[in-house]
Write a protein that binds this ligand. Structure first.
Ligand code: BG6
Length: 459
């Protein structure tokens, strides 16, 4: 089934992900002439078509700051709503009616994992699964065991080639750019190993909190929300060996091999934190032990990375928003040039800025002006928007791919299982999380985890 899908069904149409990411993506696809299909919203809130259109309009305006009426009207003309309970067969009967003319619908499950099963069963019972593709949002299960159960449920209804598992980091141009940086440049390739790299740090920090979805987040926590998926994907891209040949299949294989080499995370090198006041938020348990911050150290068991720690940290209500990898290189083999004013020598840093305003910054040592020969760090930044022009958003690219049945940018089943294996020892730890003040870099113990965290470029 390689033909493009001929309808989109959006489960969770009244939810947070739809508002933040999916309507703007549908709008962009419409604008580029990539989407002129029925789009059916399904949700538990009793919305009519007009409410759906109003919500979609608001979400596009909030995301893009502006909207082209002609484009939006084209999208609005395709939007209809089916409201109902996910466990009620009548919801699927009405959906089947709305899909009567569609031969290859794409079902997008932007819903909490707890209701995946009910929706997949409902689609199968109504005879809809047999002719459709399904897109499943992360986190894929709650642990290794539940991810297996979810796979079984999905496979019972959909053929494997029709299942698309989203980790939207795989859809980011900036994250794909890591592959290009590593394998299309000779410059750093000889240095990409334990001989020259001291450590690698990855920070995914957000200045905002749980943004109205605390109830969902409280059952999740930072480890399941972003560490297990987005951050480990980035580790795999940084740590992987070069594939033996060009092409996506060989690349994906090698990425999975990299995940297999990552040792399970250890509670003793993990720090979990919770921002002050979190327990008072609506939807959060008064005694919640959910982490809104996690920092950890991981090891990649391969000759290339012997003794090189990877430090990962992520948190809500941090000093700023950033997704940044900092590769810290080792000091020069000989100490021949002092740092200015007797300061400690600064290492070379290579920063991959993967969030908004993405790009690369290389820190090198330059001669400090004056009579003395001493070094001080200067930065060589590249801003990819300026250098390459604007690029498409991850969700737009992923939706476009799923409509075409292209798997390349979706998470592979084994990758997800490896990721659960890696985080399993730090899930649901009984020890109380450490509180941290809003706007800080998490609990003090996290500072000690890496000898020295390099602050990411914040926005
Ligand atoms: C999502 C998480 O998967 O990723 C959110 O559920 C997080 O909690 C988001 O804010 C971060 O994505 P991005 O693209 O903004 O870095």
């Amino acid at each position: 089934m390689d033909l493009r899908s001929d309808a989109v069904v959006l489960f969770g149409a009244t939810g947070d992900l739809a508002a933040k990411k999916l309507y703007p993506a549908l709008y962009e696809l419409t604008r580029r002439g990539r989407l002129d299909l029925p789009v059916i919203g399904v949700g538990r809130s009793r919305w009519d078509d007009q409410q759906l259109i109003t919500a979609a309009r608001k979400s596009v305006l909030e995301t893009h700051g502006r909207l082209d009426d002609e484009v939006f009207d084209r999208l609005a003309g395709n939007l209809t709503m089916v409201s109902g309970d996910y466990a009620d067969p009548d919801t699927y009967r009405r959906l089947a009616e709305a899909l009567a003319a569609a031969e290859r619908p794409l079902f997008y499950l932007a819903i909490p994992p707890a209701v995946f099963g009910a929706v997949v069963d409902g689609l199968a019972a109504a005879g809809l699964a047999a002719r459709g593709r399904v897109v499943v949002e992360k986190p894929f299960g709650r642990d290794l065991e539940s991810s297996h159960a979810l796979n079984d449920a999905l496979r019972a209804a959909f053929a494997p080639e029709r299942i698309f598992r989203i980790d939207h980091y795989l859809g980011k141009e900036s994250v794909e750019g890591l592959r290009v940086f590593r394998f299309a440049n000779r410059l750093f390739e000889p240095l990409w190993n334990a001989e020259h790299i001291e450590n690698i740090q990855i920070t995914l920090s957000e200045v905002f909190g749980t943004e109205g979805r605390a109830g969902f987040y409280d059952r999740m926590g930072a480890t399941r929300d972003v560490l297990q998926n987005h951050m480990l994907q980035v580790v795999a891209l940084l740590a992987m060996e070069p594939p033996a040949r060009a092409g996506d299949a060989a690349f994906r294989e090698e990425e999975i091999r990299a995940l297999r080499r990552i040792a399970p995370l250890a509670p003793e090198s993990t720090v979990r934190g919770q921002y002050a006041g979190y327990r008072h938020e609506p939807g959060v348990a008064a005694d919640s032990n959910t982490e809104t911050f996690v920092a950890t150290r991981l090891r990649v068991d391969s000759p290339r990375w012997a003794g090189v720690p990877f430090y990962l940290r992520t948190g809500k209500l941090m000093p700023g928003t950033a997704t940044e990898v900092v590769v810290e290189f080792k000091a020069p083999r000989q100490d021949l040039v002092p740092a200015v004013d007797g300061a400690a020598a600064q290492p070379n840093l290579l920063r991959f800025r993967l969030g908004r305003g993405d790009g690369i910054t290389l820190s090198i040592q330059a001669k400090d002006p004056g009579a003395e020969v001493a070094s001080r760090p200067v930065e060589l930044p590249v801003d990819f928007d300026a250098a390459l022009g604007e690029r498409r958003e991850a969700y737009e690219r992923l939706l476009d791919d799923a409509l075409d049945g292209r798997h390349l940018r979706f998470a592979r089943e084994e990758a997800i299982e490896q990721e659960w294996r890696i985080v399993e020892p730090i899930l649901d730890l009984p020890e109380p999380v450490a509180s941290y003040p809003k706007g800080s870099w998490g609990p003090a113990d996290a500072d000690a985890l890496a000898g020295r965290w390099h602050s990411p470029t914040l926005r």
